[in-house]
Design a binder for this molecule. Structure first.
Ligand SMILES: NC(=O)CC[C@H](N)C(=O)O
Length: 427
């Protein structure tokens, strides 16, 4: 149950290049909180019938945010990002791309539908923790099997509520993503927590190795019929796809299966030569957490595969393709996380509302001639999709599988099928 600080630091090694100037700590949102701040007296008797602040989120800028804890207790370090999705907190909690990050939900009311067996995007929660404004006091949904608090506690994930998420979001938008330390341990001083936030870093760390599968496996589940779209002209042929698991979301696999693919999921370190031996019709490079520059082995595998079979990259997969083509990736100020990002599909002029979750992006200027930018994020003009027809390559910086989010971009799976079909006819 205890997220010991030592464990967290071992899992995501600290960066020793940051200096840690001494600055004054300032406490925000501290509403007459007693030092014990737990609602319990030293004798263990409850002093107040309501829960009082028992947790602190200390950000690297020196701000200290008092909050109430739920889920697991302990101390955890991570990068704080804000997500603007209105629904789908369970899919967000189980998206492995959030490894090493605290997800702050800008939607103030979270937990009202509880959690269920069907909305999992992976077998585990890899995120550092959840930060919300208001935790629903009741849970009501026909699929609900557990409350959000029970769920987080059983997965050893810390959550906090009754914290000013709006103020933190404004700070992140102004200053960029910040490292934070969340703690329920009164014995740790604010200064100690601040020091940890300033000596830990997420840049340059291989987070994929902590979330990928250990061995190859077959995936067969399609999207359940009650949630399925009307797939016009559904493909009758079957295509063999090898999917690299850099932290793959299950709905990518379900959508590929629904479009008629037979899928073998392989670990992130699976050799390209083995993949090519399997003679797949296409290869998918999945989403995944962290810095694409921290996983050169993955870029090498991508390099060896492109040009030989049709490939499709999603999010981290798109960034790795960008690097494999000789391009550069960079860290954005606060990234894109949410289900309401407008993207222009340059090829047909249509605007898609998309689900996004990324902190890095490909610099299109750095890409070689012949690589086409197919999609642009309309909020900031960043590159949201690529194609290189001569190499049978396509990629999106965002999530066509949604889960959670809008389904406007689902047809891109059909484009991948088309790419594989053309290659089959050609050879
Ligand atoms: N969803 C993802 O694949 C995230 C990609 C990458 N980890 C980023 O933050 O940019």
């Amino acid at each position: 149950m205890n997220c010991a600080l030592g464990m967290a630091v071992t899992q995501f090694p600290p960066c020793f290049t940051l200096n840690t100037p001494k600055v004054r700590l300032f406490t925000v949102n501290c509403q007459s909180v007693s030092p014990a701040a737990s609602g319990m007296s030293s004798t263990g008797l409850v002093e107040k019938p309501w829960k009082v602040s028992d947790a602190r989120l200390v950000l690297e800028d020196g701000s200290v945010w008092r909050a109430k804890s739920f889920g697991a207790s302990g101390t955890q370090v991570g990068e704080v990002v804000f997500n603007t999705s209105l629904t789908g907190y369970q899919e967000i909690l189980t998206d492995p791309s959030y490894a090493g990050q605290f997800v702050l939900m800008t939607n103030p009311h979270i937990g009202n539908t509880g959690v269920n067996f069907d909305d999992e995007e992976s077998k585990q929660c890899f995120l550092a923790g959840l930060v919300i404004r208001s935790l629903s006091i009741s849970t009501s949904n026909w699929r609900c099997t557990e409350t959000l608090g029970e769920y987080l506690a059983s997965r050893n994930i810390m959550g906090i509520y009754d914290v000013d998420t709006r103020a933190i979001t404004r700070r992140l938008r102004e200053d960029g993503s910040l490292i934070g330390v969340l703690s329920t341990e009164e014995s740790k001083t604010d200064d100690e927590l601040l020091k940890v936030s300033r000596t830990w870093d997420i840049v340059g760390v291989d987070l994929i190795s902590g979330v990928t599968c250990k061995a190859p496996y077959e995936w067969v589940d399609r999207t359940g019929s009650e949630w399925e779209f009307n797939l016009n002209g559904r493909n009758e042929e079957t295509f063999q796809v090898v999917a690299y698991d850099f932290g793959i979301k299950h709905n990518i696999l379900r959508r590929l299966a629904s479009y008629g693919c037979k899928i073998t999921v392989v670990p992130s370190t699976w050799p390209a030569s083995e993949t090519l031996k399997m003679k797949p019709d296409g290869v998918l490079f999945s989403n995944g957490p962290g810095d694409p520059s921290a996983v050169p082995y993955a870029v090498e595998a991508v390099k060896e595969i492109i040009g030989k079979v049709p490939v499709f990259g999603i999010c981290m997969g798109h960034q790795l393709l960008g690097q494999a083509l000789g391009g550069k990736t960079f860290k954005m100020k606060f990234g894109h996380h949410g289900g309401n990002h407008p993207v222009r599909n340059i090829r047909n002029g249509r605007v898609e509302i998309s689900a996004q979750n990324h902190n890095y992006a490909v610099d299109p200027e750095s890409l070689p001639e012949g690589v086409e930018v197919t999609h642009v994020n309309l909020n900031d003009g960043s590159c949201a999709g690529l194609a290189f027809p001569q190499q049978k390559l396509m990629s999106l910086q965002y999530h066509p599988e949604a889960s959670p989010g809008p389904h406007d971009s689902d047809l891109v799976f059909g484009e991948f099928i088309e790419l594989m079909k053309q290659e089959r006819q050609r050879t």
